[in-house]
Design a protein around this ligand. Structure first.
Ligand code: FE2
Ligand code: FE2
Length: 399
C-alpha cells in the first residue's frame, strides 16, 4: 500500500489480528536514535516526537476474515478464476524488485544537506509513507495467514504482497535513520487504532490506495528525471521500480473484485465506488495542501501534482469500478479548493489559545461547510464506468 485513506472511518471495532492488540492510547512512537545506532539494533530512545493524530493521519485496517474465507472458497464462489490467480502468483514469485532496494552512501550525504523546514517536512514524508506501507504489510500478512486453507494461491499472493510492503516500509525506515530517527514498528503495531472495513470496502479502499500510490510515485519519478536539480534525496530514484510493485498490487485487487461481481454490478456498488473515490482523493488533496513545502521543495506545484494524480487514478479506476467521479469537470477542483480553505480555517481554530469549548463552537460552522462541500462533490453527476459485463446479472425483460 502506498497511499493514505483516512477521512473515512465508518465502523470501528477491535481487530481480529491474533498478535497486535490496539490501544486507545496513541502515544508518540518516533524515537530519536543515536547517530551510531545500527539498523538491527533497536534505537535508543533519547527523545521522542509524536505525530499529531488527526482525521487525516494514516490508519491501519482490519476486516472480517471469516467473510474473506467464504469469498475465496472456490467451492462456494464459482466466479473465482483460479487460472488468473495462478498467473498472478507466478508474477509475484518472480520478485522483480528483490535486489532493487539497496542503499548507498548518497542517502546520508543528501540528508545531511537538508536543513531547516525542508528537513522537517522530509522527515514527516518518510514517517507517513512508512506508516502507510507498514499498514499494507500488516493487513496483507494477516490475509495471507487466514486464507491459507481456503485458497492457498490467493493466500500466497497476499503473503508475497506483504513481503513487498515490508520492503517498502523498511526502506523508508532506513531513510529515517539518515535523519537519526527510527519508527518503532513493533510499538506502532500494538499502539495504533485499527479501522474495521467489511471485505467489500477493503477491496475498494485498497485498490484505490495501491493505484493512487502508483500514480504518485511514477509522477514524482518522471518529474525528477526531467528536473534533476530537485533530486534532493536519492529515495526518489527508486520510485520507478517501486511503483510497479504498487501497480501489481492494484491489479491483484482488480482480479479479486472481478471474482466478486456482486461488489461491482449494482446501484449500491456504484454509490460506494463513488464514495471511496471521493474519500481517497479528498484525503490526499487536503493532506498534500497542508504540506506544500515538501512538494515545492522537489519542484512540484502541489495542486497541479495532485490533480494529475487524481485524474490518472480515476481513469485507471474507471476500468474496474462501476462508477467514478467526474474529476475532470472543473467544478470538482473548485470544490476541492474550497475544502482546502475550510480545512485551513479549521486548523487555525485548533492553533488558537481559546478554551476547548470555544474552539468546538467555532468548529461547528466550518465542519458543516466541509460536509456540505463533500456532499455536493459526491452528488456531482458521476461517470458510468467499469469493465465487468453486468448484462447477465440484469433481469431479462419478458414479453
Ligand atoms: Fe508499497
Ligand atoms: Fe502496495
Amino acid at each position: 500500500m502506498a497511499a493514505e485513506l483516512s477521512l473515512i472511518k465508518p465502523i470501528s471495532k477491535f481487530p481480529k489480528f491474533s498478535s497486535p492488540r490496539p490501544s486507545a492510547n496513541f502515544r508518540s512512537y518516533i524515537s530519536m536514535s543515536s547517530a551510531a545506532s545500527t539498523e538491527t539494533k533497536r534505537p535508543k530512545k533519547l527523545a521522542k516526537t509524536g505525530i499529531k493524530e488527526t482525521l487525516l493521519t494514516p490508519r491501519f485496517y482490519t476486516t472480517d476474515f471469516d467473510e474473506m474465507e467464504m469469498l475465496f472458497n472456490s467451492e462456494i464462489n464459482k466466479n473465482l478464476n483460479q487460472a488468473e490467480f495462478e498467473a498472478l502468483l507466478q508474477e509475484f514469485k518472480t520478485d522483480y524488485n528483490q535486489t532493487h532496494f539497496v542503499r548507498n552512501k548518497e542517502f546520508k550525504e543528501a540528508a545531511d544537506k537538508l536543513n531547516g523546514p525542508l528537513r522537517q517536512i522530509f522527515v514527516e514524508f518518510l514517517e507517513r509513507s512508512c506508516t502507510a506501507e507498514f499498514s499494507g504489510f500488516l493487513l496483507y500478512k494477516e490475509l495471507g495467514r487466514r486464507l491459507k486453507k481456503t485458497n492457498p494461491v490467493v493466500a500466497e499472493i497476499f503473503s508475497l504482497m506483504s513481503r513487498d510492503e515490508a520492503r517498502h516500509a523498511g526502506f523508508l525506515n532506513k531513510g529515517l535513520s539518515d535523519f537519526n530517527l527510527a519508527l518503532d514498528l513493533g510499538f506502532l503495531t500494538k499502539a495504533r487504532k485499527y479501522t474495521f472495513f467489511k471485505p467489500k470496502f477493503i477491496f475498494y479502499a485498497t485498490y484505490l490506495s495501491e493505484k493512487i500510490g502508483y500514480w504518485r510515485y511514477i509522477t514524482i519519478y518522471r518529474h525528477l528525471k526531467e528536473n534533476p536539480e530537485f533530486q534532493v534525496y536519492p529515495i526518489f530514484k527508486y520510485f520507478e521500480n517501486w511503483c510497479q510493485d504498487e501497480n501489481r498490487h492494484g491489479d491483484f485487487f482488480s482480479a479479486l473484485m472481478k471474482a466478486q461481481p456482486q461488489f461491482l454490478n449494482d446501484w449500491k456498488a456504484k454509490l460506494w465506488a463513488r464514495f471511496f473515490c471521493l474519500s481517497v482523493y479528498v484525503t490526499m488533496y487536503l493532506n498534500d495542501c497542508q504540506r506544500t513545502a515538501f512538494y515545492e521543495g522537489i519542484g512540484l506545484d502541489t495542486k497541479e501534482f495532485d490533480m494529475h494524480v487524481i485524474i490518472e487514478t480515476n481513469r485507471t479506476t474507471a476500468r474496474i469500478f462501476p462508477a467514478v467521479l467526474d474529476v475532470e469537470n472543473p467544478e470538482f477542483k473548485r470544490r476541492l479548493d474550497r475544502m482546502v480553505e475550510i480545512n485551513t480555517e479549521l486548523l487555525a481554530v485548533g492553533d488558537t489559545d481559546d478554551i476547548a469549548l470555544v474552539k468546538n463552537l467555532k468548529r461547528i460552522p466550518l465542519i458543516a461547510a466541509l460536509v456540505s462541500e463533500l456532499l455536493a462533490t459526491y452528488l456531482m453527476p458521476p461517470v458510468e464506468a467499469g469493465s465487468v459485463d453486468i448484462a447477465e446479472f440484469e433481469p431479462q425483460l419478458v414479453y
